[in-house]
Design a protein around this ligand. Structure first.
Ligand SMILES: [Zn+2]
Length: 262
């Protein structure tokens, strides 16, 4: 069953837990190596030699005017690009159904970034048809440029089919989806990473800007797989400062608890 969710600025925000489990062996490292490095003082009093067990949250937003927005599409099925390292296939479709939403009711899909655990559920099982047939899919143009330059498998698995279906929107910077919901650039984890703000900064669905609670203790703690660690740290510090100043809520992809009030 989906988490009960909450209402922010009139928008119903429901976390959809796509999966839970440890990283696959290919890229798994002890927590202290993933975050800050083995000698970082933030780990001085913690046993952080165990592997990282991640939750994989997507978010469903239902606005007062009846718009349905999905933030991220998760790990995808057993043949997805995430299958090489994900603990299990994603269960987004069932979570969405349990929240009372059919795929064709989704108006907008915001992909925070084009990593395989955030975008692989974008296509139906045939790998060609959009999983959300009536939705526009929104990414930052910078993210597409980066993906093309790196030759990621998501180009063929996600970007090209969405482009062929004519539903991919590449935008630059801030985009107002509704009076309450805005998308804004939060670069660093990837160059075109974007987050979704509700009611100004009352609640921010922040993708992988903050990956683990240790980064709340010390926002300068970098993540091994951030594309640009200094940029990611700057973005994380700015966002956390804004949310803290306004007592806002941070909605994360990989924490065990989807919402953190700052
Ligand atoms: Zn992630």
């Amino acid at each position: 069953m989906p988490h009960p969710g909450l209402v922010s600025a009139g928008v119903e925000v429901t976390p959809l837990c796509d999966a839970v489990g440890p990283m696959g062996e290919q890229i798994a490292r002890p927590l202290r190596e993933l975050f800050g490095g083995p000698d970082h003082p933030v780990w001085a009093r913690a046993d952080a030699t165990e592997p990282w067990v991640l939750h994989f949250h997507c978010y469903l937003l239902r606005t007062p005017a009846g718009r349905t927005v999905l933030v991220d599409t998760g790990l995808g099925g057993p043949d997805s690009p995430a299958a090489s390292w994900a603990p299990v296939p994603g269960g987004l479709t069932a979570e969405l159904a349990a929240a009372g939403v059919r795929p064709e009711q989704v108006d907008t899909v915001v992909l925070t970034h084009l990593h395989s655990d955030h975008a692989s559920g974008s296509l139906a099982a045939d790998g060609r048809t959009p999983a959300f047939p009536n939705a526009r899919y929104l990414v930052q143009r910078t993210e597409l440029d980066w993906l093309t330059a790196t030759g990621s498998p998501l180009l063929d698995a996600v970007v090209r089919p969405l482009r062929a279906a004519g539903c991919l929107d590449a935008r630059a910077g801030e985009v107002a989806l509704t009076p309450e919901v805005r998308v804004f650039a939060t670069p660093g984890h990837t160059p075109g990473h974007q987050s979704v703000a509700i009611g100004g900064r009352q609640l921010v669905v922040a993708g992988d800007v903050v990956l683990h609670p240790v980064q709340l203790t010390d926002p300068t703690v970098g993540y091994l797989y951030d594309d640009d660690q200094p940029a990611a740290t700057g973005t994380r510090q700015r966002l956390l400062a804004e949310l803290t100043a306004g007592h806002g809520i941070l909605a994360t992809a990989h924490f065990a608890e989807p919402f953190t009030r700052l």
